[in-house]
Structure formats: C-alpha cells, structure tokens
Design a protein around this ligand. Structure first.
Ligand SMILES: [Zn+2]
Ligand SMILES: [Zn+2]
Length: 418
C-alpha cells in the first residue's frame, strides 16, 4: 500500500478544516480533555453545542457537518419523529441538548474517543456521534477515481492475503466440498464444469437479480454453456469474472448459472447446499450497490470525499475524525442488503468483499475494513452490522457535496471554503 498519511509533527500538514465558534474551542481544549481521560475518566460533559448546528453545518463547519451526517443513521423508532420534525424545521434551534466526550479504546488506534451530541424534545431524543482517532499504522490506500483502479484491487488483494495467512477464525472449514457446478474462467470465455477437484478455490457472487434478463442455466441451454464467451454475461457477472481473475481465481459460482432454474429437483437439491457453497467459498463478491445485473461492481467516485478529515490540536497532534454511519450508508442501506437471501449469503461466507457506491469494504470473521480505513473500522463505529436495514431512505434527507459531506436538503451548499 502507498504511504500517504499526513505525518505527525513534521512534514506536510493535512488540509485545515473549517470550524464554527463552538467547535473551534473543543479542538483547542482537546489536549486538556485527553489528560482527563488519562486519569481513568471515560466521560466528560461539555457545554451546550450551538443551538442550531444544522445552520452551522450549512455555513461550513466540518465538524457540525459530521454531526449532521451521524444523525441520519440514528434509527431507533422513538427518534424517527424527532428527526422528521428536525427535517421539517430545517433547524435544530428549538431542541434541548446534551453534549459529551466519551473515551473508547479501539484496537489499532491511539487516543480514541467520540463526541456525542444528544438532542431532545420532551421524552424523545436522538444523538449523533463523531469519532476521533489517531492510527498506530500509517498505511493507507491511495484512493483513485474508480473502484476498478489498481489501488482498489491492491486493497482487495492485501486484505485477502492478510485474512488467509493470519486470521485463525477465517480458515477453510474442515469439511471441504466443491459445488456441483462451477464456472471455469479463462481468457475471454467461460466453461460450466461439473468435474472440479474437491478443495479447488473458487469465488461466489452475491447479487440482486433485478428485472433485467441475466444468463440463466436452463434445461435447454446446458450444452451451450459448456463453453461460452464473456459477452453472454451481464455487466455485474463480467465484473465479478474480471475481479476473480485479477485476484488469481479460476472458478466462480453464480446461482443463476450453476443451478438449473427450470428444474425443480435440481433447484431443491442445489439450494439445500447453499451454506456449504458459500461456506467453502474463498471469497464472496457482493455487488452491494447494483440493483440489477446491468450496473456492475465498480463505480467512479470523488477520492477526496473518501478521506477522513483531520484536526490539529494547538500541540500539533493530528486526529482524524469521522461520523459513524459510513458502513450503514454504503452497505446496510444498499440495494443488496434489502434481500434476505443475500443477507444470508454474507453470513455464510467467511469473507465478503462489498462493492458499494463509494468504496470497497472487506468483511471477514475477524475484521471489517474499507479503503479509507484499511486496518479496520472500529467495531464501535458500526451500529447496524447485524440488522436488516431500516426502510428510511437517507437520500430523501440530504445531499452529498464535495468532501463527502451530507447536508440537509434545502440548505445552500457553500463549498467556497474548501
Ligand atoms: Zn461546528
Ligand atoms: Zn479474516
């Protein structure tokens, strides 16, 4: 991986963030708060935040923007009404506040804590968290404009190697099996095989079938699929083939091509083996963002929006900060997660590589990581990993502006400070 982290105490300084008159003193006093944490305290009550941090975020405070972003992923039922009211008012000035810092140790990070802004109205409350951390390791992937770029593929390759070589919980199951059918991949084409040796590594694909026509194995085309060109495959299937080959795999299992779709007996027999097929897969490729086969795995993105923002304390300590909710936005709320079937596939597989609408995420039995945090996303930052997504649609709430910041709709976006 390329080492492009902002350096501590020397060298090039990270880009400065814009802070409002409430958030600036928080950063200026941070070293003092850290000393309190050093005495064993884990909680510090702060003075009230600006009465309208929605306005602060519109006016360009990057920290208030992170709090707004964090709010969108607070999904307890009793908070929904309050969020709706906030959305309707376009202002937070009439709510009460409770504001604090909490220490939370996280593996792989130093000086980790989060700031919480809790907003209440009568007996309803909603809170938002922004995490601050310093990494022990300075390795980050240099993010490029496409998730099909070399840097994204390197992220996938390195995580796969690390997981295979040093994650005890992610090793092969004791009972190795090979699916009844596998698609063999060769330069320019594919072959449907039924004679692959047990234990041969293969990938699987989790995807939304959608409403477009995708290649399906049927009683009348079995012979045709003994050898067929890549062009027969949908965009998502072609991308999964490209990725599998790039990562060194020669076989892939795709449900629509490896189970005879118009043969009830075959379908029953093969779908009963799902847990083994996914459990034995060396890597599950999830077309998380694709609502159907025409979308593919890869997306173009603004790499600057993927980077965590940084604050510098008066003593020149650099902290990155991020709102919780990135995982929820990219995975839990994505089209693939709305299907119970594919949700199950993720849990059967030892390792899943998610192709989201922003970046690639890695999920295995030991870590969850993404391109922006390749050494792992702290568990406490992920709230909804084990739940089905809510029906809330954050896209109705907000818009993404440069630097990946989401603002409430209706607010003027002023990016002149960036
Ligand atoms: Zn602020
Ligand atoms: Zn692993």
């Amino acid at each position: 991986m390329n080492n492009q982290m902002p350096e501590n105490d020397s060298g090039s300084e990270p880009p400065l963030v814009n802070l409002c008159s409430y958030c600036r003193p928080l950063v200026d006093d941070l070293e003092g708060y850290l000393k309190i944490f050093d005495t064993g305290e884990t909680y510090i009550r702060l003075r009230d935040p600006p009465k309208d941090f929605i306005s602060s975020s519109r006016e360009g405070c990057n920290l208030c923007q992170a709090f707004v972003l964090g709010l969108l992923y607070n999904r307890s039922n009793h908070s929904q009404q309050l969020l709706n009211k906030l959305y309707k008012n376009g202002s937070s000035s009439e709510f009460g506040y409770y504001n604090c810092l909490r220490k939370q140790q996280m593996d792989g990070f130093e000086d980790t804590f989060y700031a919480q802004r809790e907003m209440y109205d009568g007996d309803q409350s909603v809170y938002s968290e922004v995490w601050f951390f310093r990494r022990k390791s300075t390795s980050v992937v240099a993010l490029e404009v496409s998730t099909a770029s070399q840097s994204s593929l390197s992220f996938a390759t390195e995580l796969l190697e690390r997981c295979r070589s040093s994650h005890p919980k992610c090793q092969s199951p004791d009972a190795l099996i090979t699916p009844t059918r596998l698609i063999e991949l060769y330069e320019g084409g594919c072959r449907l095989r039924t004679d692959v040796v047990v234990g041969t590594p293969y990938t699987t694909l989790s995807h939304c079938w959608g409403s477009i026509d995708i290649l399906k194995l049927r009683k009348d085309n079995i012979n045709e699929l003994h050898d067929f060109p890549l062009s027969k495959l949908s965009k998502t299937f072609q991308d999964a083939v490209f990725l599998s080959r790039s990562l060194g795999f020669k076989y892939i299992w795709i449900d629509s091509v490896c189970i005879i779709q118009d043969n009830v007996d075959d379908w029953r027999r093969e779908s009963a083996k799902m847990s083994q097929v996914y459990g034995n897969s060396s890597l599950n490729i999830a077309a998380t963002y694709a609502k159907d086969g025409s979308i593919g795995l890869f997306v173009d993105r603004d790499p600057s929006s993927m980077k965590n923002q940084c604050i510098i304390t008066p003593e020149k300590k650099i902290f990155e900060f991020a709102a919780s909710g990135g995982y929820e936005r990219c995975i839990a709320d994505a089209p693939l997660s709305s299907r119970a079937w594919t949700f199950q596939e993720r849990y059967l597989a030892r390792r899943t590589l998610h192709f989201s609408g922003e970046q690639i995420f890695w999920e295995c039995r030991e870590i969850t990581a993404c391109e922006a945090l390749p050494d792992g996303i702290p568990n406490s930052m992920i709230r909804y990993q084990d739940q089905f997504p809510s029906t809330a649609n954050p896209a109705e709430w907000c818009q993404v502006v440069p630097n990946g910041v989401l603002l409430f709709k209706g607010g003027e976006v002023d990016s002149s400070h960036r």
